[in-house]
Design a protein around this ligand. Structure first.
Ligand SMILES: Nc1ncnc2c1ncn2[C@@H]1O[C@H](COP(=O)(O)OP(=O)(O)O)[C@@H](O)[C@H]1O
Ligand SMILES: [Mg+2]
Length: 332
């Protein structure tokens, strides 16, 4: 059931999600700007879909990892709600097409290829035999397994041998993807053990953040997900787990990747997204994940003097203002 923090008469920003922890920083940023919003937590409640939706703009933040919070069917019900909103001509930021990408890496990869971005070679498997057999397609080189519907690094494991993969797949440790599809992907060795996450708001580059992966693959940047130690002590000089990259937009990499990522956003109807890439030892970038439900790391942001949540709130406010100028003027 939507919970309103706006007077029902005023068009509002409706935030569709299933995780109150991740939306709290956004609601703070909206409140700081005096923007009317409505909390649509899809984990519970009912919606009368034969009625017309309320007035306002709708921002979809449904997450691929909702099942890990007990909200197994939240993406499915959200698909119907987004169809209802779009059917009524409402402005939906990250609408149905974004949800399709969020819940399936298999859907993301052709979109990345189409825009000229390299994706690590990937095989999808739905049964144990094919999953083990997939190893033979990688010339004996290391592979990584991952869930097709994931987020948070679910099911990400590194295997250097077919035997290691077979033992895992046949063991009780094997953790299948909630949609039954496991991906086997070429492992890209990053010489400095980092990946980079490029954040876009309203299809504009916000910033790129470098993430230290030397402690593992669970890389959720939300503050509520952060581990106690925010620095990697294994390095001679400790480094931060998340660090905003200086001058990314002007760099050769930024010049190459940003326009292509923007093409994906335009092609796929994404308005807010984060793209993750990794550099191989030759400095060649491979893009392997699109997050449409993005979180920001506030330690990295405060060191760099930026606030993506602030930019996001301002963008949502602009989208609302553009559609309801008269109503909002009357209400203020
Ligand atoms: N092909 C790969 N080569 C090397 N590391 C990878 C590869 N794919 C994923 N990883 C590592 O695992 C993390 C999680 O994988 P990702 O595809 O982003 O899944 P999720 O959707 O769960 O975030 C990545 O951020 C990266 O550190
Ligand atoms: Mg990821």
């Amino acid at each position: 059931m939507p919970v309103s923090y706006a007077s029902g008469a005023i068009p509002a920003i409706h935030v569709i999600h299933e995780n109150a922890d991740w939306t709290a920083p956004l609601f703070d940023a909206l409140e700081a700007r005096g923007l009317p919003y409505v909390d649509w937590n899809m984990a519970y409640g009912d919606l009368a879909l034969s009625e017309a939706p309320p007035q306002g703009v709708f921002y979809n933040r449904m997450s691929a990892s909702s099942h890990t919070r007990g909200n197994r069917y939240a993406p499915e019900v959200t698909a119907g709600v987004l169809a209802w909103l779009e059917g009524h001509g409402r402005r939906v930021i990250n609408g149905r097409s974004a949800l399709n990408l969020e819940i399936s890496k298999l859907v993301q990869y052709p979109a990345l290829h189409h825009a000229g971005l390299d994706v690590p070679e990937t095989v999808a498997a739905t049964d144990a035999g094919s999953l083990i057999e997939a190893f033979s397609r990688f010339d004996g080189k290391p592979v990584i397994t991952k869930h097709n519907r994931a987020g948070k690094g679910l099911g990400v494991r590194l295997f250097r041998s077919r035997q290691g993969l077979a033992e895992y797949v046949n063991s009780t440790d094997f953790d299948p993807s909630v949609d039954g599809i496991t991906l086997v992907q070429r492992y890209i060795t990053s010489p400095d053990q980092t990946i980079t996450r490029v954040e876009f708001i309203g299809r504009k580059l916000a910033y790129a953040v470098r993430v230290d992966t030397s402690n593992g693959f669970e890389l959720c940047p939300a503050d509520v997900c952060s581990l106690e130690a925010s620095t990697c002590m294994a390095d001679a000089a400790p480094r931060f787990a998340f660090e905003v990259v200086d001058g990314f937009a002007e760099s050769d990499l930024g010049q190459l990747l940003v326009p292509r990522m923007q093409t994906v956003m335009a092609d796929e109807g994404l308005d807010v997204a984060a793209f993750e890439f990794i550099l191989d030892p030759d400095g060649r970038p491979y893009v392997y994940d699109i997050n449409t439900n993005t979180n920001y790391n506030s330690d990295a942001e405060s060191r760099a003097g930026v606030s993506a949540m602030g930019q996001l709130a301002a963008y949502l406010g602009d989208e609302l203002e553009a559609r309801y100028p008269a109503e909002l003027r009357r209400a203020s």
